[in-house]
Ligand binder design. Structure first.
Ligand code: NAP
Length: 310
């Protein structure tokens, strides 16, 4: 198993420390064919061990499928012969995701809106009865200064999108998923669920919470629904402004190669952890937590101080 080395961390963080604004400075440490037919899954669920996600023939719903990791998951799973439904707040990027592809569908959905989740879930199940895989990928990340009273809009938004969204959508679809063959729920957390960075406090807390919730979901659905957690490291997407070209962040294609390689394993791992994410994911288990936490956060604090001075 390999990890991001200290040298790599220094190479990544030190030049950035002197070069970018407070917001981007505080972002630097975060680690953070043939097309399938829906009818293949429309039969009643059979008794099968739920330890492997089938690679093809699924009908997969992916939230946040209009950009970044969600878009690439959608395309890669479609390439493998799965029907893929992407959902997000804006139709234009979703249309771009599915352009010139077969067996892909786009729906607008704001996962912050419980009523919309309810209406959408009924509609999507009616129109795609083969739906057997839910990927809760939509998420937002905001930087916050916890040292003085602030407007909590950003904090509340992150809890709503990153935690309540997956809880509500999974709840709306669980009864349907239980009737399908090879049902799967995938939640996307973050390396920051395992080692938080102080300038993204609510983000890390929301991801730690969805990790915990995923453990409970896996336990209660054991033998019935495969429950998987994707734990990304820092990946080049526009999750935060400028991140898609930030040096030291993992190129999206490389990340996706690693993710799809892990999805191809049998049985499917409960946690999709590319080696670059192991630096944070396994810090506690390997006795590195205090060291990693200290380094990440000492760096963040220095960055903010430098930015304030400049
Ligand atoms: N990139 C990284 O370094 C990294 C690291 C760890 C974890 N992650 C996680 O990976 C997931 C995907 O992020 P990404 O990096 O691919 O960033 P991204 O490109 O910004 O993707 C996030 C997606 O979520 C959608 N979204 C946001 N709020 C939504 C809402 N209320 N309802 C429906 N859709 C919503 C966005 O679409 P609209 O705005 O059009 O709705 C967007 O397509 C997130 O959960 C993120 O926390 C990313």
């Amino acid at each position: 198993m390999s990890y991001i080395s200290l040298t790599t961390l220094r190479r990544v963080f030190l030049p950035i420390r002197t070069a970018v604004t407070a917001a981007t400075l505080s972002a630097t440490i975060f680690a953070g064919a043939a097309h399938g037919s829906e009818t293949q899954n429309s039969s009643a669920r059979q008794a099968e061990p739920a330890d492997t996600m089938q690679s093809t023939g699924n009908t997969i719903l992916i939230t946040g499928g209009g950009s970044g990791i969600g878009r690439e998951l959608a395309r890669r799973f479609n390439d493998l012969g799965n029907t893929v439904i992407v959902a997000g707040r804006s139709m234009a990027p979703l249309q771009e995701t599915i352009a010139d592809r077969q067996n892909m569908h786009a729906y607008t959905l704001d996962v912050d809106d419980p009523a919309a989740i309810s209406t959408f879930s009924q509609q999507v199940v009616k129109q795609h009865p083969g739906l057997n895989v839910l990927i809760n990928n939509a998420g937002i990340m905001r930087f916050e200064d916890l040292s003085k009273a602030r407007d909590l809009d950003d904090a509340e938004a992150q809890i709503t999108t990153n935690l309540l969204g997956p809880i509500r959508l999974t709840n709306a679809l669980i009864n349907h998923l239980m009737t399908r063959a090879n049902p799967v729920v995938v939640n996307v957390s973050s390396g920051l669920a395992f080692v938080p960075r102080s300038d993204a406090g609510t983000y890390g807390a929301s991801k730690a919470a969805i990790h915990s919730y995923t453990l409970s979901l896996r336990e209660q659905l054991k033998g019935q629904v495969k429950v998987i957690e994707i734990i990304p490291p820092a990946v080049q997407t526009e999750l935060t402004p400028g991140q898609s070209s930030r040096e030291g962040y993992m190129p999206l294609d490389d990340f996706m190669d690693g993710v799809m390689g892990l999805f191809a394993q049998q049985p499917t791992p409960d946690e999709i952890v590319v080696p670059q994410a192991g630096f944070l994911r396994w810090a506690e288990r390997e006795g590195r937590f205090d060291d990693v936490f200290g380094r990440l956060n000492a760096h963040a604090i220095r960055n903010e101080a430098a930015a304030t001075v400049s």
